[in-house]
Structures are given as structure tokens and as C-alpha cells.
Write a protein that binds this ligand. Structure first.
Ligand code: ATP
Ligand code: MG
Length: 362
């Protein structure tokens, strides 16, 4: 029998739902299929609204979670049909849900999306709510992907950085000697996307073309980089609660050229990543990028110039850039089903190893 799992991820960019179908073969991964479903504008707006710390509408959040599960269920049904796979062959679905609050300092993180409904609709076991057990054990509940990166991307010869540029950017530093470091760096695409949506009416700055036309506003950049999150040592994680458009706009006076602001926000992402690398992983040999930000050519070029090192992409390690996060949640589901410890206390700061994920049995 094949060891088949689905991984379903909806990241902080609020771009939509990524689903991957994977066969695990020992220490290797065989990707059978991958699908992306973008949120429609109404849906995206509703998620953005409910993600605001000021909006505490319980009914709307639960309703949105049910809808998220419904859409996910349709994506999975399509993938099953297309790949001629029956439900019985799938061991489980790792279902992250959509984060609407990340408050480890208050002992919780909320991902909406109903594992109950998904299990009920599909008659497949679903693993969800991966973050909260780590958090109540004193951890950040994030990033959860470094353990997956280490399992599938490590090398005995090289110190490797895996840089995920999603809504938030996070680093896994996998050393040849087996040591693992992981943390959130700060904003990935989140601020660039929000500015672009508001001022250019586009979901994101394609290839960084708009930023490329602008000039860096040095005073704003310098002040933004003084934010205390950037000075913290790991364990650390962050989200929309800190890095949102209202926060960013405070640093820019009215009437500035909108391309210049776009350029400055790109520089904030890039400079904060580079600062983190220089501080915590300066002796790296190789860097591999994943996440949607890997498509931002101008950003990648900018990072490359700052690091004075070639930047590689995770497809060179066997998993395409856009599929890494979803694959990680398939693996987290597998480890949960097998009752294996799947958090990394040294990264999250939790007081011990735990099995993360709540199982909704088929
Ligand atoms: N062609 C492109 N040019 C520039 N940016 C792009 C392009 N394609 C995608 N992106 C960026 O990638 C983002 C989506 O990336 P991704 O799905 O990795 O983020 P995410 O869902 O927030 O994930 P995470 O869980 O890591 O936060 C988009 O919102 C956009 O900013
Ligand atoms: Mg995404």
C-alpha cells in the first residue's frame, strides 16, 4: 500500500489554498500532484477583515472556516479524481487552515478551517491545529517547517539556508553537523502585496517590476529597521498583527511617490532577511529559496547582490518553490498519525518535544 498524504496550506499572504498529494517513501518524497486555488476578492477581503485584531466576530470566523473546508474538500476531490486515487488509499490530510491570529505571547494561535467538516465530507482522516500544543508548552508554534526542511533538504557537507519568502519570511539553517536553527525574519511579501493592492490595484508586484522603478526612501527604511522584532534573538515568530499596512504607512509621509514606497518595502524585506543571515547564519555555504517571493526577480537579484552569493531554488533539492509549505504539512500529518514528535523545541522555544496536530479520524 502506498503511503499517500495530502498537505494543504493557506499562508499569511492570503493568496489562497495550496494542496499537494505526496507519496512518502522512507526519506524520499514523490510528488504526485499539486493544485492552487486563489481566493476570490470577496473571500480575501473577509479574511483580511477577520485577521484584524480589532475584529472579534466569532460567528463570521467560524463560518469562514467552514467555507474554507468546503473549498478544500472540492480541491481534494478533484485531485483524487484526476490521479485516479480512491479515498481509502490516502492515509491523512495535513490541514493548516488560515491563520487569523498569531499570539504566542498570549498562548494561542488561531487557524480557521474545519477539520471536522473536511473529514466528514471526504471520509479521510484530517490532522489540523498544528500550532497550539507547541504554544501551550511555552513555544512560538512557529515556524513549524524547519524540521521538515532538515529531514528532506539537509546535507552532511554543506551548511544550508532554506529561506521561505511567503507572507512572512522564515529561515531554516541546517548545518552539516546536524545543528538546526529556525526563526521568522520579518515581512516577506505581506507589506509589498498590501501596498500594491491599495495603490496599483494588483494582487502583487509582478517580478518586482514596480519596485524596480522606484527609489529607496532611506529615512523610512532606517526607522522601520529599528523595530524591536528585528533585534530579537530566536526563538521568534511574527504575523499580520505586527507587519500590516497600517503599521507600514506610519513610516511614510503623504504625497510620496508610490513606486518609491513599493521599492522601500521591498528593501525592508530584503535587508531584514540579510541582517538575520549575517547575525545568525553567517557561516552558510548555500542558500535555497522557496515561497511565492522566489518569483520576485528584483527581490532575488537584490538579495543576491547583498549576500554576494548565488541564490538557488528548492526545486534543485527536489521540491518546487511553491510546493514546499504544503509538503511540510503533509509530513507533519504523517508524523502526527505515526505518533512521532514533530516539533523542534530548540526552534520554537517550547519546553519539550511534542506530537503536534489534532486528528479527526475518518
Ligand atoms: N510573479 C510574481 N512576482 C512577484 N511576487 C510573486 C509572484 N508570484 C507570487 N508572488 C508572491 O508570492 C505570494 C504568495 O506566496 P506564498 O503562497 O508562498 O505565501 P503564503 O501563502 O503567505 O505562504 P506562507 O505560509 O509561507 O506565509 C504572493 O502573495 C506574491 O506576493
Ligand atoms: Mg500561499
Amino acid at each position: 500500500m502506498k503511503n499517500l498524504y495530502f498537505g494543504v496550506m493557506s499562508g499569511t499572504s492570503l493568496d489562497g489554498i495550496d494542496a499537494i498529494l505526496i507519496e512518502f517513501k522512507g526519506k524520499t518524497i514523490n510528488i504526485l500532484d499539486f493544485a492552487q486555488k486563489k481566493y476570490n476578492p470577496t473571500y480575501k477581503k473577509a479574511f483580511l477583515n477577520i485577521s484584524s485584531p480589532k475584529i472579534n466576530d466569532l460567528e463570521q470566523s467560524y463560518q469562514l472556516g467552514l467555507e474554507h473546508a468546503q473549498i478544500t474538500s472540492q480541491i481534494i476531490k478533484k485531485l483524487l479524481k484526476k490521479n485516479k486515487i480512491s479515498k481509502e488509499e490516502v492515509v491523512a490530510i495535513g490541514y493548516h487552515g488560515q491563520t487569523i491570529r498569531h499570539r504566542p505571547e498570549k498562548s494561542y494561535s488561531i487557524q480557521i478551517g474545519s477539520g471536522h467538516l473536511l473529514a466528514e465530507h471526504l471520509n479521510i482522516s484530517v490532522v489540523s491545529d498544528f500550532r497550539n500544543r507547541d504554544i501551550v508548552a511555552g513555544g512560538q508554534g512557529a515556524p513549524l517547517v524547519p524540521a521538515f526542511h532538515q529531514t528532506f533538504f539537509s546535507s552532511k557537507k554543506h551548511n544550508r539556508i532554506i529561506l521561505n519568502i511567503g507572507g512572512i519570511s522564515n529561515i531554516s539553517y541546517i548545518r552539516g553537523d546536524g545543528k538546526l536553527i529556525g526563526f521568522d525574519c520579518g515581512p516577506g511579501n505581506i507589506l509589498m502585496d498590501s501596498w500594491c493592492q491599495k495603490n496599483f490595484n494588483k494582487p502583487f508586484d509582478n517580478f518586482g517590476a514596480i519596485a524596480k522603478q522606484g527609489e529607496i526612501i532611506d529615512s523610512a527604511l532606517t526607522t522601520m529597521l529599528k523595530t524591536s522584532f528585528f533585534k530579537k534573538h530566536p526563538p521568534k515568530s511574527t504575523g499580520r498583527e505586527l507587519f500590516n499596512l497600517t503599521w507600514a504607512e506610519k513610516f511614510f509621509q503623504r504625497g510620496l511617490k508610490i513606486q518609491d514606497v513599493q521599492r522601500t518595502l521591498l528593501e525592508l524585506t530584503s535587508q531584514s532577511i540579510v541582517n538575520s543571515i549575517q547575525k545568525f547564519c553567517s557561516d552558510f555555504d548555500e542558500i535555497y529559496v522557496c515561497g511565492g517571493g522566489s518569483k520576485n526577480k528584483f527581490l532575488i537579484q537584490n538579495l543576491q547582490e547583498k549576500l554576494q552569493r548565488p541564490i538557488s531554488f528548492t526545486r534543485q533539492l527536489g521540491i518546487p518553490e511553491q510546493q514546499v509549505e504544503a509538503a511540510a504539512f503533509a509530513w507533519l500529518a504523517k508524523t502526527a498519525i505515526e505518533k512521532k514528535k514533530n516539533n523542534s523545541p530548540t526552534i520554537s522555544g517550547s519546553k519539550g518535544e511534542r506530537v503536534l496536530g489534532v486528528i479527526h479520524h475518518r
